[in-house]
Design a protein around this ligand. Sequence first.
Ligand SMILES: Cc1cc2nc3c(=O)[nH]c(=O)nc-3n(C[C@H](O)[C@H](O)[C@H](O)COP(=O)(O)OP(=O)(O)OC[C@H]3O[C@@H](n4cnc5c(N)ncnc54)[C@H](O)[C@@H]3O)c2cc1C
Length: 466
Amino acid sequence: MPQATPYDAIVIGTSQGDRFLPIALAKAGKKVALIERGHIGGVCVNVGCTPTKTMVASARVAYLARRGADYGVHTGPISVDLPAVRTRKQGIVEGARLGYESRLTVAQGLNLDLLRGEAHFLAPKTLEVALQGGETREITAPLIVIDTGDRPEPLAIQGVESVSVLNSTTIMELDTLPEHLLILGGGYIGLEFGQMFRRFGSQVTIIQRRPRLLMREDEDVSDEVTKILREDGITVLTETTPQQVEPQSGGYMQLTVRTPQGEQQLTGSHLLAASGRVPNTEALTPQAAGIQLDQEGYIQVNEQLETNVPGIYALGDVKGGPAFTHVSYDDFRILRTNLLEHGNASTRDRLVPYTIFIDPQLGRVGMTENEAKKQGRKIRVAKLPMTAVPRALETGETRGFMKAIVDAETQQILGCAILSIEGGEIMTIIQVAMMGKLPYTALKEGIFTHPTLAEGLNTLFMTLDS
Ligand SMILES: Cc1cc2nc3c(=O)[nH]c(=O)nc-3n(C[C@H](O)[C@H](O)[C@H](O)COP(=O)(O)OP(=O)(O)OC[C@H]3O[C@@H](n4cnc5c(N)ncnc54)[C@H](O)[C@@H]3O)c2cc1C
């Protein structure tokens, strides 16, 4: 039996959080092994945030081109060249991946070994790596960081093996535009792809099991999002459960769904499964190290991101909870602070914002109205339609609204939902006010440039006192 190669630290996965951690550990003088079985950079760079937002940008140009006449600008017939959209996306993805690879190359001159292959635990501090060349290598370290992420959940309905099912990765590689795209799932991935392909020119139907889209949001927010998507020509079916799918002639498929009105048949050319994700923990065999998982297979960690096995940590999506790149990055900051700077950082009370990149964007941070009410807080709710914001009128982008939840006693902002053009950026202004624990009056009375979208925050918070 060959002896395991000793390292000071092993990091599994090369995601956004791990973009910095192995390099920081190596710079601190530790001998580090970094293991990656797929593309360098993880989901965000290769098949998540970067490619989707690049394609969303193409879709928005198509949308604006069609709306040219609204602005007094006349164009010819609008058509979308999907291979060209994909080539643009690929260029941006490759640029981002190369940037990361080059930083790793520099780090490999330090103390870092990049092992291309799949890792699995043999014992608490020992892993076997099945290298891409066919060899295996055993490695060991007192410090192990798991950042293996998650992947699309395979669709499990009757007949699924008889048709071709797209997921969030494969849909971005299509050469031809779907004639009718059926999307299973009313979360952010389903909505972003739904609006994108509608704007590219497909007929789109979104099928959501639950009573409304974006179930985590307040009813008024998800109702407004649904209204906007329907205005864009997307069919949204709620309380609708897929039952069975079967192939039809001519490359079509028939999806049988159960609706509150009874069974219905939908005919589509393509089917996108966007109903969930599963953690990458099977191949890793964390059980061999005695690492506790939850019922869905996510790794359980404490507020310092340590598993039940001392010295083994998990960050990013694989530990469950909000699955965003900025969370993975913040997890890295916690580990760097605690492991390298002798600090005591934790996930407790951290404010996690997010933006759904439909158009208009939905920027969200803090509590929803429903959550605040459930906690029994005394709240005040400020709401302003975008038709009341001069910048939105001038740019012809008046869909959506701004909404903020304020604590009636402290006057501090508890959360907001900004459904607006550049909603993610406006939400971030409110997030900064929340970080500084400012009362809402600071935004009500602050001087903001006219005419910006941010200026709408004056008016939003004025509604509380008018
Ligand atoms: C379509 C889509 C759009 C998204 N858009 C956004 C967005 O706009 N904003 C946002 O914040 N987030 C977005 N996300 C989520 C974001 O991509 C993830 O939250 C983020 O990538 C999580 O990073 P991570 O640290 O969990 O690791 P990941 O990025 O998941 O990387 C894990 C890495 O580990 C490797 N790995 C797994 N198992 C092993 C093993 N046994 N051995 C070796 N290597 C292994 C994998 O190959 C992978 O490279 C999106 C996701 C998707 C799918």
